[in-house]
Design a protein around this ligand. Structure first.
Ligand code: ZN
Length: 699
């Protein structure tokens, strides 16, 4: 460790404050991570041998010792992961990939350490030890124990073997499932060469379709042109969705729709046998761990329980059913007026919904952009955060090393003017080295480092339009909402008052509760005074025209009943399959799909529909018995916002008071308290669906 290159390696810099991002190069990654792995292995072995010795297990020789190992990861590995997203390069990717397997293996070894598990279980079972610890410490220990148990650590040997076999088989099945969907998607195409058949399609889609055609022809075939064809449409979302929305030829929409909802349901690529096996094995794994169903196991690490979810579904379904029906009638009327002389079919819905949207809302991104220059939006957002939470946000650019000249740095002070946190904002899209989308990530967590409090630092990453010439960055309304959303995540990370990294900020927060602060912040984009305070034309300084604001507001509730029912269909089916469904029973999964669709679709379900065979969220992603969390998060965030409505949105004092309560409960508690208790602390009761229904016009 004494060679000069190691000593000067910025990834091994352990100074307080943000990492030296400006000095980190791909060649630093491997040597630094090797040191990290070595340090951690030595530290872990020492920790484990301490626990095996005569010394009794304690908070300090378990969790504290683990946290101090974790600190080095924050300084060495976290910056590498971050730069993979915002300053990617071939060299960085190679360096990252070269160490990834070892990093993952060591992480697994730490989480599945038997001596640590036994020590933690000892602490929990020893009344006297347990009583000396506070609620946050209890949560941290219980969560570590639970995660180890869910990984099978406590099973007797024979069962553990079976458990591992199941895990292996399940991972194979989910990768097969996803490959089938991919192959089935690739195997289908719709090639059109008559311009009449593409009449009405947006230029962006015909361009895509023309490219898609040219990409798959032989070198000696004459390539097509976007204007004259041929055009090739596929089942990939960017091709299929706009096609269903805009194709004026019902026969073609039908072809594509039928292909889409029967993906991976036939022949070699048929996913239905995989679905049965997956459900069967998931249930067996849950049973081995002592749960009745897979859904019960899934929600053991979440905020809601199965009964909460089921009652939420039913309340939302009942409230949306009539609206869904009347949405359908609206479309039927429009279709009839537009000359369609037959009842609507499934492949007509997206088409007529788009026509109705065009008729009702004359609203484009380009109309709104001039009113949302980035700097004004930031000023408005920070001003709102001040009103709500009493914090001050000030730019401090140049005071922290960054990875790109466009990256900004801000400091947050609390109500007493004391430093509380800081954050980076990487605002613009940079296709050459930055991942798309938007996210919040931890840079540093709030924690004690050698007895000193380390203040949290966040990364806010967006992909907005960069400034062009002397024209500032102008945001779409969706980008404004996204910035508010990520800032909400950032607030939970930064305004925590928990000092243990395991539970500070977003750490240790149940997965289905994590979107509460972020979606909560989005609500303010529809609050008149807040939005009108922000939106001014970047050249004329004129406020957003009233009609545009009204349009924005109404567009928010457009077809809310239909959209809700669609999400409920997915969520209810997911929960049913993982809780009640019996693979050995009478009803097949596809029959269950039909039965549940009938309760959520005002238009009679298509008997041939096999969408389950392409439902990757739950069979190849992390959403099994968790699809509900999309709705759950909406319920929580709308209900939290309604506390401000109840207090009076235009009553400054009431808003400030409610905001401080939100700060001191939801934003402060981190993972140190169960999210249902945190919600009760803030709202004075359990979550209710009323506010969401009211906001979406379904009350
Ligand atoms: Zn989010």
């Amino acid at each position: 460790m004494s060679s000069p290159s190691i000593a000067e390696n910025p990834l091994l810099d352990r100074q307080p404050g943000p990492p030296p991002f400006d000095r980190i190069r791909p060649e630093h990654v491997q040597p630094a991570v090797r040191v990290l792995l070595e340090e951690t292995t030595v530290g872990l072995e020492k920790l484990e041998s301490n626990l095996e010795g005569p010394t009794a297990a304690s908070w300090s020789n378990t969790i504290e010792a683990l946290e101090s190992l974790g600190r080095n990861w924050e300084r060495t590995w976290a910056p590498v992961s971050h730069l993979m997203g915002v300053k990617n390069s071939e060299e960085l990717r190679q360096a990252h990939d070269a160490v990834l397997a070892d990093v993952v293996a060591l992480g697994l070894r730490m989480r599945q350490s038997k001596p640590i598990y036994e020590a933690l279980a000892h602490i929990r079972n020893d009344d006297q030890l347990w009583r000396q610890l506070d609620e946050t410490q209890h949560r941290i220990i219980s969560k570590r124990i639970r995660d180890a148990e869910l990984a099978g650590i406590a099973l007797p040997e024979e069962q553990q073997e079976r458990f591992n076999k199941i895990a292996e088989r399940l991972s194979q099945l989910s990768s097969d499932f996803s490959n089938h969907v991919l192959d089935a998607t690739k195997a289908w195409e719709l090639v059109l060469d008559d311009p009449v058949d593409v009449d009405g399609l947006p230029a962006s889609l015909t361009l895509l379709a023309s490219q898609s055609f040219n990409d798959q022809i032989d070198d000696d075939t004459v390539p097509g042109e976007p204007d004259t064809g041929p055009w090739r449409f596929t089942l990939d979302a960017p091709s299929a969705m706009p096609f269903l929305q805009h194709s004026r030829v019902p026969r073609l929409r039908e072809q594509l729709y039928r292909a889409f909802v029967t993906r991976a349901s036939q022949g070699k690529l048929d996913n239905s046998p995989l679905i049965d096996e997956i459900l069967d094995l998931r249930r067996e794994r849950a049973t081995l761990l002592g749960f009745n169903t897979f859904a019960e196991m899934s929600v053991a690490t979440k905020m809601a329980d199965v009964a909460d979810v089921e009652s939420m579904f039913e309340l939302l379904r009942e409230a949306s059913w009539e609206a869904g029906q009347s949405d359908l009638e609206d479309l039927q009327r429009l279709a009839t007026a537009g000359g369609q002389d037959r009842p609507l079919c499934h492949w007509d819905l997206a088409f007529w919904a788009e026509r109705l949207r065009e008729e009702r809302f004359d609203l484009t991104d380009e109309q709104l952009r001039p009113y949302f220059p980035l700097q004004r939006v930031l000023d408005g957002l920070f001003e709102l955060a001040g009103r709500l939470f009493g914090i001050t946000v000030d730019p401090d650019d140049g005071q922290a090393p960054t990875w790109h000249e466009d990256v900004r740095f801000f400091r947050i002070r609390d109500e007493n003017g004391q430093p509380a946190a800081s954050f980076y904002l990487d605002p613009y899209s940079r296709p050459e080295d930055k991942r798309g989308g938007a996210w919040m990530d931890e840079c540093l967590s709030r924690r004690l480092v050698d007895g000193q409090l380390q203040l949290p630092v966040a990364h806010l990453v967006c992909n907005g339009t960069p400034p062009v010439g002397d024209r500032p960055s102008l945001m779409t309304f969706r980008e404004v909402e996204t910035l508010f959303h990520e800032f909400g995540h950032g607030l939970q990370h930064m305004l925590t008052n928990v000092d243990y990294a395991d539970a500070s900020g977003i750490n240790g927060v149940e997965w289905d509760a994590v979107e509460l602060p972020s979606q909560f912040m989005e609500n303010w984009c529809y609050h008149r005074a807040t939005l009108m305070g922000i939106a001014r034309h970047f050249e004329t300084e004129e406020p957003l025209p009233e009609a545009l604001f009204e349009n924005l507001r109404r567009a928010r509730t457009y077809r809310a009943g239909s959209l809700m029912l669609r999400q409920l269909n997915f969520g209810m089916l997911d929960m049913y399959l993982h809780h009640q469904y019996d693979p050995a029973g009478e009803e097949t999964v596809l029959e269950a799909q039909q039965r549940i669709a009938a309760r959520t679709s005002p238009l009679e379900p298509l008997p041939e529909n096999r969408f389950l065979c392409g439902f990757q969220h739950i069979f190849a992603g992390g959403y099994a018995a968790g699809y509900y969390s999309y709705k759950w998060a909406e319920v929580l965030s709308a209900d939290a916002f309604s506390a401000f409505e109840d207090a009076g949105l235009d009553d400054e004092q009431a808003v400030a008071l409610t905001g401080r309560r939100f700060r001191d409960t939801v934003l402060a508690s981190g993972g140190g308290r169960h999210p249902m208790d945190v919600f009760r602390d803030f709202r004075g009761r359990e979550p209710s669906t009323d506010a969401l229904l009211r906001h979406t016009g379904l009350a």
